[in-house]
Design a protein around this ligand. Structure first.
Ligand code: 13P
Length: 285
């Protein structure tokens, strides 16, 4: 079933867990993430990032995401990730997505505020929730060795977080406190004190981007300090590739479908572990 981002966030908040948000820009990742949600019995976010248009368009995979989520008995949010402009987010909502992130973080601050405010007005009118971002997560999703290290000068400042939320009306806030997208070049060092300050200042749930590559205890420490949604992509897509490589070596693999099935299994195992790591504390239910 389709649920709103606010409902999923408050489920996670009430139960002391983290909400897993998984990018599914290929069909095997989508099917595998749905499998995990159905087994886990907790809400999961199926996300599609605008930057993944190079793999598949939102018009192609978006309707499948919405249809599979709607017909499932498990609760799913279908979310536009890193939307870069209001038109793209409108397209996602037209397809049936239930929430969206507008990422104006690389624009000048006042421009980010104005764009995010406009998206919030448009989306709220349609019953959809909005995530905004200030501060930036450097890094990328292609393993570029020149990236993969958090840049402290881009960390989110608490006072700015408070101003941004008050002026835009976002439902949750992506903030920068030590994670980066893609593969880490160095052990990530998360600023836990900053997370606490940001949560207090923002007054809305925090979102962590760059969820790949952290240890279960690091997820837990962030969740305990106010991070509620954790975005995840690179390791899941890598798990698909690793499983596909194994399948390619198998003597009885002679059609692509055999590779695709193994890729789905790879994602299922990897995302299963991720969702488990964010689960509410034992006894919280
Ligand atoms: P990773 O690629 O590090 O898993 O991060 C994904 C993400 O933050 C998508 O918004």
């Amino acid at each position: 079933m389709l649920i709103s981002l606010s409902e999923a966030l408050s489920y996670a908040e009430t139960h002391g867990g983290g909400l897993a948000a998984v990018n599914t820009p290929f069909f095997e990742a989508l099917l595998a993430t749905i499998d995990v949600g159905e087994r886990a019995g907790v809400p999961i976010v199926l996300a599609f990032a605008q930057s993944h248009e190079k793999y598949v368009s939102i018009e192609e995979i978006g309707p499948a995401m919405v249809a599979l989520a709607s017909r499932s008995e498990a609760p799913f949010v279908v979310h536009v990730d890193h939307g870069e402009d209001i038109e793209y987010i409108r397209t996602g909502l037209d397809i049936g997505f239930t929430s969206a992130m507008i990422d104006g973080s690389l624009r000048p601050y006042e421009e980010n505020v104005a764009l995010t405010r406009a998206v919030v007005e448009m989306a709220h009118e349609r019953g959809a929730d909005v995530e905004g971002e200030i501060g930036a997560m450097s890094g990328n999703e292609n393993g570029d060795p020149s990236q993969g290290i958090a840049d402290e000068t881009l960390y989110t400042r608490p006072q700015e977080a408070a101003d941004f939320v008050a002026r835009t009306g976002v439902d949750c806030l992506a903030a920068s406190f030590g994670t980066v997208h893609g593969l880490y070049r160095r052990e990530p060092r998360l600023d836990y004190e900053l997370i606490e300050q940001l949560r207090r200042a923002a007054g809305v749930p925090l979102v962590m981007h760059g969820g790949s590559g952290l240890k279960p205890q690091e997820y837990r420490a962030c969740i305990d300090r106010g991070v509620r949604k954790i975005n995840y992509y690179t390791y899941a897509a890598k798990a698909a590739l690793d499983a596909a490589r194994d399948a390619l070596e198998g003597e009885d693999t002679y059609v692509f479908s055999d590779v695709a099935v193994r890729a789905r299994q790879g994602v299922r195992e990897d995302v299963g572990r991720f969702v488990q790591a964010l689960a509410p504390r034992a006894g919280a239910l």
